[in-house]
Design a protein around this ligand. Structure first.
Ligand code: UDP
Length: 328
């Protein structure tokens, strides 16, 4: 297979590229290096089956050229992270909406299979335990910019699903829940690499809000093979499929676990959402997936638990000596 991966130098993208090369595929990789880093691909930089291009998914001619000859397009390029949504809202909306339109159009024109990475953010404030793919979205006003990522991803999903129906193309949506592992940076908000960096530096772990909010974390090495299987799955065409782990943990408990696993002397420091995000920010109080559809379609069952996730991030950061420690 020849795969075209957008967002290839990002956290998930770089693991996907490595996996595709490992199983013998050719990979054409695109990234604008806005939040991704070429360093993420250093293990495979000399691989003869990898072609890397620096550029944007907003560049329709480039995307069209790179899609020609691809069997499958993995569209992972996106403006992601709570701090990116906060600081680069307009750019984020453009990349996340128009970028997907550009990639989808190229895949359609060249007859390639398409997988689009979406997000559990589409469920918004729905706190149901075991969110299923057809559950309602509950989101705030579009004038509250924190919802713009959820809105953009929801529109991407509608575009994929409607295009499958209208053009008979193969398109599938991976609705990713909190995905964590080596190379994820805390610079753009993600809580696990932030807590680990803070614990390793002996600085306070910055818990935003009450700390009672619930998330479920899945290791990127469990997620990546599921993306490849999903893109190849005919029965998944036109569907959105949750990919994640359903073991819930509160952010307070996560902070305590990170401190315990690193043996750190760090304390926990609370910040209000207003301090971090400005006025009117609403967090999601609980996000727990039902991944029954992925299990049924793909036999998906994550093998790694939360301690594996934390330990792998610790090992990665100890190897890389990250600069980032302090909060936003
Ligand atoms: N969070 C936190 N401290 C941090 C970074 C994040 O308490 O330094 C919280 C954040 O407010 C949210 C949770 O951790 O409630 C998960 O945040 P992340 O940005 O990793 O993912 P998402 O909000 O998309 O689930």
């Amino acid at each position: 297979m020849r795969a075209f991966v957008t967002g290839a130098a990002g956290f998930i993208g770089s693991h996907l590229v490595e996996h595709l090369l490992e199983v013998g595929h050719e990979v054409v990789a695109l990234d604008d290096l806005s939040t991704g880093s070429i360093d993420n691909l250093r293990e495979v930089s000399d691989h003869p089956a990898l072609q890397f291009h620096r550029g944007s998914v907003l560049d329709a001619d480039l995307v069209d050229d790179l899609t020609a000859g691809a069997d499958t397009v993995f569209h992972l390029a996106a403006a992601v992270g709570a701090f990116v949504v906060r600081d680069r809202t307009v750019e984020g909306i453009r990349v996340n909406v128009h970028g997907t339109d550009v990639v989808l159009e190229a895949a359609r024109r060249h007859g390639a299979r398409l997988l689009v990475a979406s997000s559990s953010e589409v469920y918004g404030k729905n706190t149901k335990i075991g969110l299923r793919e057809d559950d309602d979205r509950i989101v705030g006003s579009p004038l509250m910019h924190r919802w713009s990522y959820s809105e953009a991803k929801a529109l991407d999903e509608s575009l994929v699903s409607a295009s499958v129906e209208a053009f008979g193309m193969h398109g599938v949506i991976a609705r990713l829940f909190n995905t964590v592992g080596p190379r994820q940076t805390g610079l753009y908000g993600m809580v696990v690499p932030r807590f680990v960096a803070q614990a390793l530096a002996g600085e306070p772990l910055t818990v935003f809000g009450s700390g009672e909010q619930i998330r479920c974390f899945c290791h990127v090495l469990d997620v990546v093979p599921a993306l490849v299987a999903l893109a190849a799955c005919d029965e998944a065409t036109g569907r959105a499929v949750n990919i994640g782990r359903s073991e819930p943990v509160s952010i307070d408990e996560l902070a305590r676990r990170v401190i315990a696993r690193t043996g750190s002397s760090s304390t926990i420091e609370r910040h209000t959402y207003e301090e971090i995000y400005g006025r009117g920010y609403e967090d999601l109080q609980r996000r727990v997936p039902d991944c029954g559809l992925a299990e049924w379609l793909l036999g998906f069952r994550p093998a790694r638990d939360l301690d594996d996730v934390i330990d792998s991030v610790v090992a990665d950061q100890l190897g890389r000596r990250p600069a980032m420690t302090r909060p936003a």
